[in-house]
Ligand binder design. Structure first.
Ligand SMILES: Cc1ncc(C[n+]2csc(CCOP(=O)(O)OP(=O)(O)O)c2C)c(N)n1
Ligand code: SF4
Length: 289
């Protein structure tokens, strides 16, 4: 039964999008036939990351912004575990943003769930890297001056082999994305458009529902980076959000690449390299050394 994954009754604010993420993830684990001991949740700091304390799996509570290095370490030492990182948009795209780029380009075989409510919820409503420009927040009564980052394009450009976006207005779609991501061989990023009724009350599920486009109805998931970038850009140009699995392709994982490099004979013939470099310089500078 699905309740094998329940540890405690979740306690977020009424109406918080985290409840939907919790339900979808629990159901995804169950429908994939996983057992609690096969999974490890790696969570940062913030409201969304409290999910570890409500789900019955292994868990590591990392420090703020450091979900991905901790998750990478776990996958390297115990490849049989399903490693799942959970962050908010502040945890993932502010203090932890550099780790997203490097974990994506390494293709570490783990699932990264980012609950993007457009605000730092846990510290009471400061703007985050995904807060839209001009937003009125409690610390910016005249409007937020910064441009938001684009997590989907960032993950694509960083070399992620699975990039998806879900939203808390469609639990079944979110569950399906989780299942596809957990089954994916390599790094997967799932950005989830979520709501924080307490500190970002102008963003609602009804509003998100009017702004979404299901990409699977228009040919996704795609394999080629250029095609995925074009698809996302064309939807975002219209002020809409792509929802579903956008890009999925198979490449060697970090564990496989490390195994492969161990087999390479890496004795370097420095004498030969110096000889070639010297000849190249002589040609360019037209002198003899
Ligand atoms: C090193 C460090 N800096 C700052 C904080 C304070 N802090 C705790 S949670 C958080 C951001 C939470 O926002 P987000 O990641 O978007 O998650 P949410 O609470 O909205 O789910 C911050 C800045 C911290 N705990 N540690
Ligand atoms: S502050 Fe916002 S994100 Fe945090 S539990 Fe409350 S509604 Fe959810």
């Amino acid at each position: 039964m699905v309740d094998v994954f329940e540890r405690a009754k979740p306690r977020w604010c009424p109406g918080c999008g985290n409840f939907i993420v919790y339900e979808a993830l629990k159901k995804a684990f169950y429908e994939l036939g996983l057992r609690p001991e096969e999974i490890v949740l790696v969570c940062g700091i913030g409201c969304a990351t409290f999910i570890w304390s409500y789900l019955n799996t292994n868990a590591l509570k990392a420090i703020h912004g450091r979900v991905l290095p901790a998750a990478t370490g776990i996958k390297l030492v115990n490849p049989s575990l399903k490693v799942i990182g959970v962050s908010g948009d502040g945890d993932a795209y502010s203090i932890g943003c550099n780790h997203l780029i490097h974990t994506a380009r390494r293709n570490v075989d783990l699932t990264y769930i980012v609950v993007d409510n457009g605000v730092f919820g846990n510290t009471r409503g400061q703007p985050s890297p995904t807060t839209p420009t001009h937003s009125i927040t409690k610390i910016t009564p005249r409007g937020w001056p910064e441009k938001p980052i684009n997590p989907i394009l960032l993950a694509l450009a960083s070399g992620a082999t699975f990039v998806a976006q879900g939203y808390v207005g469609d639990l079944n779609n979110l569950k399906k994305i989780f299942k596809d991501a957990i089954n994916h061989h390599g790094f997967s990023l799932i950005n989830i458009l979520s709501v924080c009724p307490t500190f970002n009350p102008t963003r609602t599920i009804m509003q998100l529902r009017r702004e979404i486009v299901y990409v699977e109805e228009i040919g996704a998931p795609l394999e080629k980076l250029e095609d995925a970038v074009n698809l996302v850009s064309s939807i975002q140009r219209e002020g809409k959000h792509p929802i579903g699995v956008i890009l999925m392709r198979d490449e060697p994982t970090y564990n496989e690449l490390l195994g492969a490099t161990r087999k390479i004979d890496n004795i370097i013939d420095y004498g030969k390299i110096h000889e070639i470099s010297k000849r190249e310089l002589e040609l360019i500078l037209d002198v003899k050394y």
